[in-house]
Design a protein around this ligand. Structure first.
Ligand SMILES: [Zn+2]
Ligand SMILES: [Zn+2]
Length: 357
């Protein structure tokens, strides 16, 4: 079967590899669509970051080359003898986490915080940029007929946004700040609107992403180069500040803006991954009893996000900006998302099935 494998930075090859075989608790899936994620791009531009190269991944036992892709939808074609939650013919998405099931976090039910956390499509064991892949049934979720395979490929990134709302204890009627309107920022905006935010204020420098933010439901978009963001947010919230903020950029400037524009007892949720540390004056937290908390992946969030995408409460209109056939994944997918037109792209989805193009 065809699959796209990571060999090294700037080196992704589409090759013929053997089809995977299904284990007793596993499900074999014929992939329909798979999104290219920011973490895939990091591996492409400056990897390896998570991809095991010298030391095999502790759970999959594999090293590069590995099949990439973790944001996918597909059809079940075979199940292992112990599988009862899905059957051949079912339309599904996969929660692509590789977890040990034995560490304290796993035992406490926080499987996204597993000590050995890995991703299907980065750490070996297959991935979504291939014709078929297999995965433990526990993480395979059925999708309803009214959710297209294309939109279903967005369940994973939308769940990252949804989980961050849960971590931040977001409540209907609150005012929220989202810094950054890339794929995760937009997913966060979509979820905030779906769950009844009174006002979503987005911080994003001038680019087409400001338009995407509005399309996703932002009530106002502020450019930190043009306005005093903290003063403007205070003005829009009766002088108090926002209830909750979501940092999706990994920039120190946005971290401080979000924290500064929060109300007393407000919460800053950090969803971004950081390349450098930030300097923090803890008095900012002390003098307002503010909270800062991190959010990673998702944990029991897929069923709700599937429902909200299917019933249209998360419209995700314009979120898919391009569709690519697997043979063209390097040039039309990865190079587009890392080249000069990267800002105009949100999500590029890839299919190994030419009949879907
Ligand atoms: Zn992802
Ligand atoms: Zn674990």
């Amino acid at each position: 079967m065809k699959a796209a494998l990571w060999y090294g930075a700037k080196d992704i090859r589409v090759e013929n590899i053997p089809e995977p075989t299904v284990k007793d608790d596993g499900v074999k899936i014929k992939v329909k669509w798979c999104g290219i994620c920011g973490s895939d791009l990091h591996e492409y531009t400056m990897g390896p970051i998570f991809i095991p190269v010298k030391t095999p991944h502790p759970i999959t036992g594999e090293t590069a080359p590995v099949v990439m892709g973790h944001e996918f939808s597909g059809e079940v074609v075979e199940v292992g003898r112990n599988v009862t939650n899905v059957k051949p013919g079912d339309r599904v998405v996969v929660e692509p986490l590789i977890v040990c099931g034995e560490c304290p976090a796993c035992k406490a039910g926080h499987y996204n915080l597993c000590e050995k956390l890995g991703f299907h499509g980065l750490m070996g064991g297959g991935g979504g940029f291939s014709e078929y892949t297999t995965f433990p049934a526990r993480f395979v979720h059925k999708i309803p007929d009214n959710l297209s395979y294309e939109k279903a490929a967005l369940v994973e990134p939308m769940s990252v946004g949804y989980h961050s709302l849960e971590v931040g204890h977001f409540e209907k009627g609150q005012t929220a700040i989202v810094t950054g309107a890339g794929p995760i920022g937009l997913a966060t905006i979509e979820c905030l609107k779906a769950l009844g935010a009174a006002q979503v204020i987005v911080v994003q420098r001038k680019s087409v992403r400001q338009e995407y933010a509005k399309q996703s439901g932002a009530d106002v978009v502020l450019d930190p180069n043009e306005v005093d963001v903290v003063a403007e947010i205070k003005k829009r919230t009766g002088g108090v500040g926002a209830d909750v903020a979501f940092e999706t950029t990994g920039s120190e400037q946005c971290f401080h803006l979000a924290l500064g524009a929060l109300r007393f007892s407000g919460t800053l949720v950090v969803t971004s991954i950081w390349e450098k540390p930030v300097t923090l004056d803890p008095n900012v937290l002390v003098m307002g009893e503010k909270y800062v908390v991190g959010s990673i992946c998702y944990c029991n969030d897929f069923p709700k996000v599937i429902e909200m995408l299917a019933d249209g409460s998360i419209p995700a209109k314009g979120y898919i900006t391009k569709k690519v056939y697997i043979d063209d994944i390097a040039k039309e997918g990865f190079d587009t998302l890392t080249g000069p037109e990267k800002k105009s792209q949100v999500k590029i989805i890839v299919t190994p099935d030419k009949s879907l193009m």
